[in-house]
Design a protein around this ligand. Structure first.
Ligand code: AMP
Ligand code: ZN
Length: 116
């Protein structure tokens, strides 16, 4: 998919509204439109990367930042101590529906294992 057709590129560029909770030069985080937990935030690199399979070594720093932002938001939302889950779906079998890399941050309730 071309970047101009990508939903999350449009959110990153401010062309589509979102409930943004964190924004830097490289990373944007916004609340999921269909939350699966009291805290459900999507953390994305501004760079368009479709899936985990498309990552290169050049993306390592950006990927690391996704986790740092997740931990910061977890602290801000008051779920860091109780605990939370981060998850990234890759392709159809994992249920990926938006093909712009995104880390889910889920918390505020008891998580089950294994996930469905
Ligand atoms: P995934 O299934 O891992 O690709 O996750 C995509 C996520 O994006 C889902 O949890 C959707 O609810 C969420 N989503 C889709 N459209 C929007 C939107 N416009 N704003 C916020 N979250 C969205
Ligand atoms: Zn994109």
């Amino acid at each position: 998919m071309a970047e101009e057709d990508c939903l999350f590129c449009k959110i990153s560029a401010g062309k589509i509204p979102a409930d943004i909770v964190h924004e830097t030069e490289d990373v944007v985080a916004f609340r999921d439109i269909n939350p699966q937990a009291p805290t459900h935030v999507l953390i994305i690199p501004r760079k368009h990367i479709a899936t985990i399979n498309d990552l290169t070594a050049d993306d390592s720093v950006d990927v690391g930042k996704l986790f740092l932002v997740a931990a910061a938001i977890a602290r801000n939302d008051g779920i860091a101590e109780d605990g939370y889950r981060v998850a990234m779906n890759c392709n159809q079998a994992a249920g990926q529906t938006v093909f712009h890399l995104h880390l889910h941050l889920l918390g505020g309730r008891q998580m089950k294992w294994p996930p469905g």
